[in-house]
Design a protein around this ligand. Structure first.
Ligand SMILES: Cc1cc2nc3c(=O)[nH]c(=O)nc-3n(C[C@H](O)[C@H](O)[C@H](O)COP(=O)(O)O)c2cc1C
Length: 334
């Protein structure tokens, strides 16, 4: 069986190892959401060193999809030169580079977006402060187009892959979740209707970027909330996402965020979800969540429970994590 340092090819992209740096917002952007030298330093410090893929943090596709004031943006063509500088620098440092594109839906505030937050319904995500208005159905095609335009910008900027953010309680997770989606139009009321907007987004991206470009989806596979979406629902959604053109599923969860407090301290806390998603279609999967130990990371690859491991906070703390991992597991190939 392949191990942590076995290469993997997904949609023509060769991953030199199975180690991914997952998207992690670092709030370094100026108010227009553009790339700064600090972004370049932050990411290039972690590129190479046996990290196969660096995922650039969640970047908003429309101004009203911004979760925070210092978030990175991909909502305007004027941002492409900066994004190109970032993608080029990460590739030159020795990793593949992807970017996560997002709309935060209701998970923002009026102070950040200059208008009342909107989501599928007027349901507040627990812990958030401002109750949202429901998005009118007529506006959803615009959201879909904004995701597509953002993906085209990512391609123009030289990113190797684009990831759609469908987790952590942001817009597409809100639409998929029965907790936050109480609509009674064609975008709610049944699992198929709740999946409609995510599928329209995938369809649009595939149409805009062509058949050969690698598309990933960060799938909120369990809201970890009573009344929310659970693994069985995510398993039903997966074949549809794949049929529309997703090449890689990045398994995550948590409607309230990627690090549910009750799971902290648990090693590989979303690995069972990854296994559950992988079992459905065999589509390559990546998983993050409490993976800090190289032997454990190697083991879950060898056991076929996941294809890629994403190492977030451990890579923030130690930029040479992957090099040390190679020393620890001996760089054993497959
Ligand atoms: C500071 C920070 C920022 C994050 N930002 C994002 C993000 O922009 N998009 C996303 O999908 N997940 C984000 N996450 C979640 C991580 O990608 C990852 O799923 C999570 O940290 C669990 O992995 P870990 O235990 O290896 O850190 C963030 C996590 C941290 C710690």
């Amino acid at each position: 069986m392949p191990g942590l340092f076995s290469p993997l090819t997904v949609k023509g992209l060769t991953f030199a190892s199975r180690i991914v740096m997952p998207p992690m917002a670092n709030n370094m952007a100026p108010p227009d959401g553009s790339v700064t030298d600090r972004h370049i330093e932050h990411y290039t410090a972690r590129a190479g060193h046996d990290v196969a893929l660096i995922m650039v943090e969640h970047s908003y596709v429309r101004r009203d999809g911004r979760a925070g004031e210092r978030q990175l943006g991909i909502y305007d063509d004027a941002l492409v030169p900066g994004l190109r500088r970032l993608a080029t620098a990460i590739k030159a440092a020795g990793s593949l580079v992807g970017i996560q594109i997002t709309h935060c839906g209701s998970r923002t505030t009026e102070a950040v977006i200059g208008r009342r937050p909107r989501g599928p319904s007027d349901v507040i995500v627990p812990g958030d402060k401002e109750a949202p208005d429901p998005f009118p159905a007529e506006e959803l095609p615009d959201i879909v187009r904004a995701f597509g335009a953002a993906a085209v910008r990512a391609v123009e900027a030289g990113f190797d892959l684009v990831q759609i953010h469908g987790a952590h309680g942001y817009l597409l997770n809100q639409f998929m979740s029965p907790y936050t989606n109480h609509r009674d139009d064609e975008y709610g009321g049944s699992p198929a209707n709740r999946l409609r907007l995510p599928l329209e987004v995938v369809d649009e991206l595939r149409r805009r970027v062509g058949p050969d470009y690698c598309l990933s989806y960060r799938l909120g596979s369990d809201d970890m909330l009573e009344g929310g979406l659970h693994l069985a629902n995510a398993q039903c959604a997966t074949p549809h996402l794949v049929a529309k053109g997703i090449d890689l599923i990045d398994v995550s969860g948590g409607l309230l965020g990627s690090r549910p407090p009750h799971l902290q301290g648990q090693v590989g806390y979303f690995v069972p979800l990854a296994e559950g998603i992988k079992a459905i279609t065999g589509v390559p999967v990546c998983v993050a969540g409490g993976i800090t130990n190289p032997e454990y990371a190697d083991k879950i690859i060898r056991e076929g429970r996941t294809d890629l491991v994403a190492v977030g906070r451990a890579l923030l703390a130690d930029q040479a994590w992957a090099r040390r991992a190679r020393e620890a597991v001996g760089g054993r190939p497959g």
